[in-house]
Every structure is written in C-alpha cells, then in structure tokens.
Design a binder for this molecule. Sequence first.
Ligand SMILES: Cc1cc2nc3c(=O)[nH]c(=O)nc-3n(C[C@H](O)[C@H](O)[C@H](O)COP(=O)(O)O)c2cc1C
Length: 177
Amino acid sequence: MDITPLRVAVIIGSAREGRFGPTVAAWVAAETARRRDMEAETVDVAEAGSGTVTKQLGWADAFVVVTPEYNHSFPAPLKATIDDHYSEWTAKPVAFVSYGGLSGGLRAVEQLRPIFAELHAVTVRDTVSFHGGRRCFDADGRPTDAESVVAAGRMLDRLAWWAHALRDARSIRPYAS
Ligand SMILES: Cc1cc2nc3c(=O)[nH]c(=O)nc-3n(C[C@H](O)[C@H](O)[C@H](O)COP(=O)(O)O)c2cc1C
C-alpha cells in the first residue's frame, strides 16, 4: 500500500459576493491538513476557468465538496466546475460538508451524489452538515458544536479508506474505459 499522504482538494462550492463558503472550507482544510495521512489544497469555484482549478482537481486523490443549499439544490458555479472536468473525477472519492438554513444543505448533497456517480466518482456516505450556516461558527471560524468536529473526523477516516483503496487500484490497473 502506498502510504504517501493523500492529496485532498477541499472545494468551495459557492461563488457569490459575501459568501460564507470560504469560512467553512478553511475549517475543513485545517481539519484535513492536521491529519498525518492527508494534505489539503483549497479549490475555489469562483476561480473556474483560470486553469488552476483543473490542475488542483487533477492533483487530488480525493475531494471534499463544501456546498450551501440554494433553492433546494446546489450553486450553479459548483455544477459548472463539475461539468467542466471529467477525468479529474474518475475513480476518486468525494465527501461533502454542507450548510444552509433548516436543511443544513442536505438536499444539495443528495442531488450531487448522482452527478458524481455519472462521473465515475464514489461518494462517501458520511457528511457534516450545519443547520443554520453562519450561526454554527464562532468568530475564529470554528464550529461551536463539538459534534461537528467528531463527524468531520469520521467522514475523513472514511474518505481516507476510499482514497487509499482507489489510489492503489488506479496504480495497479487503469480504470475500465
Ligand atoms: C439564492 C439563495 C437561495 C437559498 N436557498 C436556500 C434553501 O433552499 N434552503 C436553505 O436551507 N437555505 C437556503 N439559502 C441559505 C443559504 O444556504 C445560506 O445563506 C448559505 O450561507 C449560502 O452560502 P454562501 O454564503 O456560501 O453563498 C439560500 C441562499 C441564497 C442566497
């Protein structure tokens, strides 16, 4: 088994002026980077088209998509970034951290799962969701609820399992075309 740290791209899924997404993504990236088995890079869908995003997605062994909910779904710039790429997603795992109003962004997450299945990516069952968005974070950008930190750890453990399994598998044989 390859024990090189897994490369995790943490994707900020919103792009609007005044968005809260970077705060959530910064916390997720910090939780990821403090693990011995992972390194993290933050990908911003607001920078789509710059070429940087494509490089970052190609570099990654695994993804954490940080998404809010807009009108019971996910933001359009996130979908555009997903659609602009193909092989970058293939045979890699995707986990989700969501936020929003009462729903905590869970409807956005459930709508993203079949999209990633179409792209031959594997979605991780465990999610972290913040019901109430900004109110769930303190002034330092950390969740006020300790349960969220526990949930993130469990989600990243499972993301790591899939990322190792799929990275090893991709190195043994190319994904079936
Ligand atoms: C256009 C729009 C639609 C929204 N629709 C929903 C919704 O359907 N359900 C929900 O729980 N929250 C909804 N919200 C609240 C957002 O999820 C919340 O404001 C979140 O912080 C937005 O993410 P952002 O700040 O990163 O853009 C909506 C917000 C916007 C701007």
